[in-house]
Design a protein around this ligand. Structure first.
Ligand SMILES: Nc1ncnc2c1ncn2[C@@H]1O[C@H](COP(=O)(O)OP(=O)(O)OP(=O)(O)O)[C@@H](O)[C@H]1O
Ligand SMILES: [Mg+2]
Length: 1041
């Protein structure tokens, strides 16, 4: 077939996207938190995932390849991870390259375009697979190296041209990673009829060997690191695209073959948990995740189309990334996807979502064609095309066109050779700079950058030469460092007499080993330094101080853990407020991880707020969810962010998801500010603003078991805030009463709550007063409301708002009634607490509504609880006729039995009157009338013991019960006081001042002693009372016998 024909009729190769899954080893964090592996791979293409909450739930996915990199490996002498033994199924970097990398190279040699995408949540191993770490080189370097090795082996009469480009997409902006010049707003994506989408002005460097590509990647990583530190944005939220244009020229056959190889390390795929951010009015505002979200939409649409569904539109144009990947997805490319996953149970949801994503991607079908052209035809075309070439020796995209242009016989400066020559000049400069850096590393103490992304750690080096040098944003400093919270002149380093010292300027933030410093401080080899809000550096001392230590130990996590520890936050501390259980509680560990993750973000947000003059102060808090659990189970904790407007003192509480969402938006706004653009936004679009809200200040637990025994309770309980600290004291009473509101007394106490089963129970809840409300003390123009909800009540009952009084008197009583107490309700009373919430009102916020429109009420107007039974009885439409008649029969029987009991009661009363009369007669004369020992009751005849006996037995029984109830009541009251003491003890925190430690310990031991005494005396008293009752009962029984 002639070449022209081949051009017109390319034979498409129709392939599905090839999908591989790779599971990495546990990270240090996962190991520390005792994670379990939920992934297994039983064959070369199956991946199984187990639900940690429900181990029987196992899902199996089948992909083209499954790489087990989780276990069964060891390090060889060069640090390369290899199989530990022949039976190990471990897949190392070479194995992955063997399938995926070679596949790319084969496609490229054949003239197909090839794309490899790495997808997965942050830290799942995308970059490890694509780029690799140290000796464990990833797919990209291996592909490049083997490409040049293969070129070397080719025949001399062929020519090969390779160009390399590297870009990053963050927040829908493209940054050229091979150009030191940052274009405001980023590079633009253009569309050309022939070429499709391309990046205008992107640097594309001609390369002749692998070493040059290595240098370029190093240079690109440096620019990426600087951008990430300067903007304080995490690289895991940006996509990195490396493109290698590979062209083969066959002059003897008048033919060219070209392949565009796209290697894409995608941004971390974590979904923002919808709970939390869903309520945020600015949820859709951020563009940070737009490209990734849209990539998912494109994949879904293409997968649907491949399954035969009608798809009208594939949204390639909706984001930058999908425009650039148009041919890779459903077009002219052979495409593979590597889904990187974590093995840990804690990542189950994310991993499952990655596997589902990969499953959709697998369905996509591409139509790749060999890109081949006739040389002569190309030359003709080139002569009409303008040539764009930059002085730097770097060519502009698209490289293959450029290369083709250079094939013309025109002037020397446009030849491929000339471009290479220009590139060489740049190489030489770079080699020289690199060699110098290597020499300086060996000579001078220096700072190494530490980034959240391990790929970007240690990339930047700042040397501290003898003498003094200033560090800061201004270019006049010896060391220019940008980043949030770094001032023009931030700090000075001095290197003299074999010592390096650091001195912060003014109030500039400098943290050494987790502790903020204000004065000149001597640095030791391997000290950790944080400048500004979160720019982290490891100090490497003089060569004489250095050993063979492993610097990778001092990663980003190390810095954050150290900082948290200095602020007094640790897993132990979080656990201490828990049950005191020393076991690793996964929920505490998870919340600690959240804390560590959010801590630097909050510091950054505060800095942005300061620079943008938003006047907001953000603080990270750990919320104890047990405070809103009516059983008081101390199970879950959650991090949240408290925001305070420093001028108005208004307060907001944001969930973690909402804060993260807002932080993206804050960064966008801040970037506009840094770029000198207009950073003014309308209030409703401002990520720092929200309407004023009612704030949840704390909750008080009032245990309801006394009510189950028909006992009144009156308590002063603490409202504990989300951190377990006392916010105020609540004075509350719950009084059992008659339907008319008459309070019951001691004699109405029941011994067994079951006695109340099926009966009407009335009780009044009175919120008497709140004492010492901190919220009100802190702001004179504030108010409070309280609210509670009992059992199955559909609404919360709010008390009226009280403003500007520190000890607000509330005195609001509401009577509740259960008409037919159910077993569940009685159980609830015995095991649950009434939670009263304290709400903070602030100027401009809407008060909580006190009206109760939809509640069921009794004839007397009391609110009905435990209404489930009634409503199901009422709901006749749901009851079948059979059930109705059954119910009717039961009811009828019940009525008969009630009638019988009434008759017995009547007869007993008559007997009683008769006995009283007889007694009176006995007192007045010797004649006594023997009462009848049978009762005539309608429908039955009952045998009864003699009336005197009955009377005595009843009196005795009643007296015993009363005494028992009294003993219980006394014991209960004692226990209640003990509980109060215990709560106070729990909240009694050691002082920060060491000198106060002795009085603290003294007071604490006194409190413990009191607590112990009270427990002892209460138990002793109960034992005595019970013994007395038992003794009395025995004596009486003996007497009766
Ligand atoms: N197969 C593996 N074998 C050994 N270590 C691995 C492997 N995969 C990942 N790791 C380690 O896990 C950590 C996170 O990996 P990596 O940086 O590649 O994640 P990522 O998916 O690129 O994350 P991000 O989205 O934040 O860029 C690194 O320290 C890396 O060395
Ligand atoms: Mg990465």
């Amino acid at each position: 077939m002639d070449n022209e024909k081949m051009m017109k009729m390319p034979m498409p190769s129709i392939d599905s996207v090839k999908v591989a899954v790779r599971v990495r080893p546990f990270s240090q964090r996962e190991k520390n938190s005792g994670s379990k592996c939920v992934i297994s791979m039983h064959s070369r293409n199956t991946t199984t995932i187990q639900d940690p909450k429900n181990p029987e739930l196992v899902k199996t996915f089948t992909f083209d390849l499954a790489y087990w990199s989780h276990s069964g490996f060891e390090k060889d002498k060069d640090g390369v991870l290899i199989s530990a033994d022949p039976s190990s199924k471990f897949a190392g970097q070479r194995d992955v390259f063997h399938d995926l990398g070679r596949g790319i190279l084969d496609s490229a040699w054949q003239g197909y375009n090839a794309t490899l995408l790495a997808y997965g949540q942050t830290g799942s191993g995308k970059s490890y697979s694509m780029i690799g770490f140290g000796a464990n080189k990833g797919i990209i370097p291996n592909v490049c190296e083997e490409l040049f090795q293969a070129i070397e082996k080719q025949e001399r009469n062929q020519e090969y041209q390779v160009t390399f480009s590297m870009l990053e997409i963050y927040n829908e902006q493209i940054r050229d990673l091979l150009s030191g010049i940052k274009k405001p707003g980023g590079l633009k994506v253009r569309e050309d009829q022939q070429r499709g989408f391309y990046v205008e002005g992107l640097t594309s460097v001609p390369c002749e060997n692998y070493a040059q590509i290595e240098r370029l990647m190093e240079q690109g990583t440096k620019i990426r690191t600087t951008a990430s530190t300067n903007m304080n944005v995490s690289s895991s939220r940006s996509h990195m695209v490396i493109t290698i244009q590979f062209k083969q020229l066959f002059p003897d056959r008048d033919l060219t073959k070209q392949s565009s190889i796209n290697l894409v390390d995608l941004a971390g795929s974590e979904r923002q948990k919808s709970s939390g951010s869903e309520g945020d009015r600015l949820r859709e505002g951020s563009r940070v995740n737009l490209s990734l979200t849209n990539l998912g939409n494109v994949i879904s649409a293409l997968a649907d189309a491949a399954m035969g569904k009608r798809v009208l539109h594939v949204p390639y144009r909706d984001s930058v990334l999908t425009k650039l990947l148009q041919s890779a997805l459903g077009g002219n490319s052979r495409t593979a996807l590597i889904a990187a996953i974590s093995p840990a149970d804690i990542c189950y949801e994310e991993t499952l979502s990655t596997l589902r994503y990969a499953e959709r991607a697998k369905k996509i079908r591409n139509r790749a064609v060999v890109n081949t052209q006739a040389l002569m035809r190309q030359w003709r075309a080139e002569n009409k095309l303008p040539l764009r070439c930059r002085n730097s020796g770097m060519a502009e995209q698209p490289a293959y066109l450029l290369a083709e242009q250079q094939l013309g016989t025109r002037a020397k400066q446009v030849t491929w050779a000339h471009l290479l020559e220009q590139a060489w000049e740049a190489w030489e400069q770079q080699y020289e700079a690199l060699a110098q850096e290597r020499r300086m590393v060996k000579t001078f103490p220096h700072l190494l950058n530490v980034n959240e992304d391990p790929q970007l750690t240690g990339v930047l080096k700042y040397f501290i030469r003898p003498g003094s040098c200033d560090v800061g944003q201004a270019t006049s400093n010896a060391i220019t460092i940008q980043g949030l919270g770094i001032s023009d002149k931030h700090a000075s380093f001095t290197n003299s007499d074999g010592k390096v010292m650091v001195t912060p300027h003014g109030k500039c933030k400098v943290v050494v080993n987790g502790v903020p410093i204000a004065t000149k401080t001597k640095l030791q080899h391997l000290d950790r330094i944080i400048l500004g809000s979160n720019s982290a550096y490891l100090y490497v001392g003089f060569p004489s101080e250095r050993g063979s230590e492993d610097l990778s130990r001092f990663d980003y996590d190390f810095f954050q853990l150290e900082r948290a520890a200095a602020e007094g936050v640790s897993v132990d501390k979080l656990r201490a407020t828990n049950s005191g259980d020393r076991k690793a509680d996964p929920s505490v560990l998870a919340v600690f991880q959240d804390y560590i993750k959010l801590m630097p973000l909050v510091a950054e947000a505060n800095q942005m707020s300061e620079e943008l003059k938003k006047g907001l102060k953000m603080e990270l808090k750990v919320k104890n969810l047990a405070s809103s659990d009516s059983r008081g189970y101390d199970l879950q904790k959650e991090v949240m962010v408290k925001l305070t407007n420093q001028r108005t003192h208004q307060v907001w509480i944001w969930s973690k998801a909402k804060f993260i969402n807002r932080k993206f938006l804050m960064e966008e706004l801040y970037q506009r500010f840094l770029d000198g653009e207009d950073s003014h936004v309308a209030q409703e679009d401002d990520p720092f603003w929200d309407p004023v809200e009612v704030i949840h200040l704390g909750s008080a637990h009032i245990w309801l078991h006394p009510l189950a025994y028909c006992m009144k309770l009156e308590e002063q309980v603490a409202f504990l805030d989300c951190e377990g600290l006392e916010e105020a004291v609540l004075h509350v009473s719950i009084t059992p009463c008659s339907p008319t509101g008459q309070a019951y007394g001691d004699e109405d106490v029941v011994i067994d709550p079951l006695e109340m089963l099926g009966k009407r129970i009335d009780f009044q809840i009175c919120i008497v007063q709140c004492l010492g409300v901190k919220w009100l003390k802190e702001g004179a123009r504030r108010g409070i409301q309280t609210g509670y909800r009992i059992y199955d009540l559909p609404n919360t009952i709010y008390t009226k708002p009280v403003w500007k009084i520190v000890n607000p008197q509330i005195e609001e009583t509401i009577q509740f009634a259960t008409l037919n107490a159910s077993q569940e309700f009685l159980n609830y009373l015995q095991t649950n607490a009434l939670i009263v919430d304290l709400w903070g009102l602030q100027e401009g916020c809407a008060e909580l509504s006190c009206t109760q429109p939809d509640l069921m009420v009794t004839g007397e107007g009391h609110i009905v609880v435990d209404a489930k039974k009634i409503s199901t009885m009422k709901d006749t439409s749901q009851t079948t006729s059979n059930q109705t008649s059954e119910l009717y029969l039961k009811l009828h029987k019940l009525e008969q039995e009630t009638e019988l009991l009434r008759n017995i009661n009547r007869a007993l009363r008559e007997e009683n009157v008769f006995l009283k009369e007889s007694l009176a007669k006995l007192g007045s004369g010797p004649q006594a009338h023997k009462p009848s020992d049978t009762l005539k009751i309608t429908g039955m005849t009952a045998r009864l013991p003699p009336a005197m006996e009955i009377n005595q037995m009843c009196t005795q029984q009643a007296s015993c019960d009363r005494e028992f109830a009294k003993a219980l009541k006394v014991f209960y009251q004692g226990m209640n006081t003990a509980r109060g003491q215990f709560l106070r003890l729990r909240q009694y925190k050691p002082p920060e001042d060491d000198q106060m430690l002795r009085p603290f310990v003294h007071q604490q031991s006194q409190m413990l002693k009191d607590f112990g005494n009270l427990l002892e005396s209460s138990l002793w008293r109960l034992k005595n009372d019970v013994a007395l009752i038992v003794k009395k009962k025995r004596e009486y029984l003996l007497h009766v016998k």
